[in-house]
Design a protein around this ligand. Sequence first.
Ligand SMILES: Cc1cc2nc3c(=O)[nH]c(=O)nc-3n(C[C@H](O)[C@H](O)[C@H](O)COP(=O)(O)OP(=O)(O)OC[C@H]3O[C@@H](n4cnc5c(N)ncnc54)[C@H](O)[C@@H]3O)c2cc1C
Length: 396
Amino acid sequence: MDFRFSEDEEAFREEVRQWLRQEIPQRWIELDPGIWEETEESWALARAFQRKLGEIGWLAPAFPREYGGLELSHMKRLVLAEELAYSKAPVSVEVEITVNWVAPSIMLFGTEEQKKNYVTPIARGEKIFCIGYSEPDAGSDLASLRTRAVEEGDGYVINGQKIWCSYAHLADYCWLAARTDPDAPRHQGISVFIVDMKTPGITVRPLINILNQHSFNEVFFDDVWIPKENLVGQNNNGWYQVMIALDFERSSVGWAASNRRGIEELIDYARNTTRNGKPLASDPLVRNQLAQLVVENEVACMMAYRLAWMFSRGLHPSYESSMSMVFISEATRRTADVGMRILGHYGELDRDSRWAVMNARLMRMCLSSLSIGVGGGSNEIQRNIIAMRGLGLPRK
Ligand SMILES: Cc1cc2nc3c(=O)[nH]c(=O)nc-3n(C[C@H](O)[C@H](O)[C@H](O)COP(=O)(O)OP(=O)(O)OC[C@H]3O[C@@H](n4cnc5c(N)ncnc54)[C@H](O)[C@@H]3O)c2cc1C
């Protein structure tokens, strides 16, 4: 097997690197926000950067040209995702949600009008979606969701509550799963809607995350009226559509590149730090742990390449996305864990301490990495999917 990228793909990688060197704002580098750490300032910087990416077609590079993409190959899309993640460009989960999960679902199930109205602005970096799946009593068991959408005249009236909605306070639209037929078997009475977040009757309340930041929200729908044309795909076919959208969600390919950057920073730290009169890098335990991280990340990287390859063949990854998600989320947690051990008590200090090292990045990574194997379906659920869809084992 030849895992090398083609000359053309390597040239593209170089072009992306050069562009990023010029375009990532200096202020963004100074702020150094990690995942789930957006502030008003960092959000504004990120959105401006994403619009720039959109202008040159690099926000949604594999999309058809008629919807704002460049029809680049999936391997080039992977190269771009890797470089964005490695360089810590201002492109985070909000872009994953909107560009890589919602838009492909609209392209698969949406009407021509929906593709024009939503996919093109998404590709230009003009619009952001949040996801309204989880409810207080419906997380892993999503099919028990109770938010109702009732047909009324030429629209639907929505009532219910969603929870853990990332960026709902900043998003333009919500990609909402709601129950349209309460009498049907629970998987068959769900539909998917696009809801403008400015619609009267929507209340967004903040939930503060483990990093003490506002990234999640509760969203309440009180008699929210939306037009019929905001239904995506077929009425009551939402479960199937949500499952396909979740496979997109779980096939995010940038994680391994981001984890590689974290590991390299740790290696650098070990090389340049002396403990008890000796360089950390000469401690056999430290060397072993770092080597193990590199091995694991290489595996995660290959899994991401496999997903990109499947997309490039027109195949739809299913349990393969779950495998990748389980592996990279746990690899990222191990990187954070090893990092905290190597840093010792210095690792526990936040940015405001003069003794903090690496801008307290490891401590923040350690906290945020806890959530990586939960959002988009917990790792237990991913393992259930691998067992059922990949190994053909019975559901129970
Ligand atoms: C960072 C982050 C961002 C998120 N963003 C969004 C968002 O934007 N929109 C949205 O709708 N939701 C979002 N979520 C919610 C997320 O999808 C849910 O947290 C997740 O599906 C788990 O559901 P739950 O929290 O209700 O946990 P539960 O379903 O109550 O699970 C609790 C525990 O039980 C385990 N468990 C449950 N069922 C099984 C089973 N059958 N087999 C084995 N173990 C099981 C789980 O693995 C977990 O460990 C986000 C979550 C996080 C952490």
